[in-house]
Write a protein that binds this ligand. Structure first.
Ligand code: DC
Length: 236
């Protein structure tokens, strides 16, 4: 028997282009609700890292797919390991940005990783972020958010993020060029291109403090859980 207050564990999908704030927002929302945070981009990155470590060319689609199939991922509070290797910082370099974009174009790799992502969210209670979460991975998600920001702001954020610049401050103009190239590759590829789901809530985060973005997503989560006769859960 279910006792009041019955808590619905929602699936919350967060998508958007690089640097729109998905990772930071998804992590904060997950923490606040006591949900798991699913960073799907980290898995595409880790597969790219592992393939290169094994000397596999990233355009060898079958070999890279075999890497994804065999991969053992451990994700814990922002840290990621693949097959026992801690790649938390190694996957956030400009080189790995490009490698991940190539891996993400591989339809067979996507099939493998999407199945794992679905398993992760099967019981709800997850905030999953990426490019295709609301469109492909969880088209039935209770709440879909599409975060965006101006290209200039996204480049500024990425350039100032030590996780993406190996601790040094990168030149914004340089980052902007790479970002534009990746956005184009991610949104024009034939399989699961980046796009807003019709029923996603669009939030332009340009000039908006991350706490406000998180507050807005939490309010929406409460609303959606309320529509299901409950609360979304909370650690508060
Ligand atoms: O979010 P990120 O920068 O870590 O993503 C790395 C690459 O993987 C980027 O090119 C987008 C791609 N990606 C994707 O195609 N689908 C996802 N669900 C997540 C990331």
């Amino acid at each position: 028997m279910l006792h009041w207050p019955f808590v619905v564990r929602l699936v919350i999908a967060v998508d958007g282009p690089s640097g729109a704030g998905e990772a930071t927002a998804a992590r904060a929302v997950a923490r606040s609700l006591g949900y798991r945070h699913g960073d799907t981009g980290a898995r595409y990155r880790a597969v790219g890292w592992r393939a290169r470590q094994l000397g596999i060319a990233l355009d060898d689609e079958a070999a890279v797919t075999a890497v994804a199939e065999a991969a053992r991922f451990d994700l814990d509070d922002g840290a990621i390991r693949i097959d026992g290797h801690d790649v938390t910082s190694a996957i956030r370099t400009p080189e790995m940005d490009k490698a991940a974009t190539l891996v993400a174009r591989n339809a067979a790799v996507r099939t493998v990783l999407v199945a794992r992502q679905r398993a992760l969210g099967a019981e709800g209670g997850v905030v999953m972020e990426g490019r295709d979460i609301g469109t492909v991975v969880f088209p039935q998600a209770a709440l879909k958010i599409y975060l965006d920001a101006s290209p200039e702001e996204r480049a500024r954020r990425r350039a100032a993020d030590p996780a993406h610049t190996s601790g040094r401050i990168a030149a914004v103009a340089e980052v902007a060029v790479d970002l534009a190239a990746r956005d184009k590759a991610d949104s024009t590829r034939s399989v699961a291109p980046l796009m807003k789901a019709d029923d996603a809530v669009y939030i332009d985060t340009t000039g908006i403090p991350i706490d406000d973005v998180v507050g807005r997503v939490l309010a929406l989560a409460r609303e959606r859980a309320g529509a299901r006769g409950s609360g979304p859960g909370s650690r508060d």
